[in-house]
Design a protein around this ligand. Sequence first.
Ligand SMILES: Cc1cc2nc3c(=O)[nH]c(=O)nc-3n(C[C@H](O)[C@H](O)[C@H](O)COP(=O)(O)O)c2cc1C
Length: 211
Amino acid sequence: MKHLFISLVGLILALGSVSCSRERENPVTEQRQQQIDSLKNGKILIVYLSRTQNTKALAEMIHQQVGGDLVPIELITPYPENYQVLVAQAQREQETGFLPPLKTRIDSIDKYEVVFVGFPTWGMQLPTPVKSFLTQYNLSGKTVVPFNTNAGYGLGSSIESIRSLCPNSKILQAYSTRGGIERDGIFYVMEGERRTQVQRELEQWLKNLNF
Ligand SMILES: Cc1cc2nc3c(=O)[nH]c(=O)nc-3n(C[C@H](O)[C@H](O)[C@H](O)COP(=O)(O)O)c2cc1C
């Protein structure tokens, strides 16, 4: 009888520890659940800047997976076609703090809970048109999800810029990948094998972020 009692107590303690360790492995708090629901159900806006269409291709793939509204960031005065002239102009804008006026208009930014922001790296910085967008629209209280293409040198200081332009937003982990190298005459690369690979990486990234 005594043995049976000890065994029962042991079993109860063992079951308790299993359920506790399960909770520790997978602690979905109420706040976390709310965040997951908001990511899944909140109205989504995907904005992007793209010149040679690589970032645009990512934006479209993200759009296919999460839905929402897809909007290009366009300027009132478009940038020059010539790459070297653009590089010089982009650098001048960064140095002087010039924010190019946007043709893009978002009807009601308030209805969005999640804003994906896509951009190429320019001069190892966040391009000024994206700075214009983040300055013009108040993303306080929203979730901001950055994504990027670059020529292989990474994001530079762009995430720091997004943080300082959206001080009251929740900034999620960015997705960044190699796009074109316009300097070397390599323009659009999001096709064939490369496209399949990026598509797979995007799916995993979105899954990790709970979309
Ligand atoms: C003005 C300009 C500046 C750039 N500066 C950089 C840079 O500093 N680092 C980098 O890795 N790529 C740089 N790139 C390359 C782009 O980030 C890359 O080609 C990107 O995939 C272009 O995206 P898009 O096709 O959406 O325009 C630059 C491109 C341009 C046009």
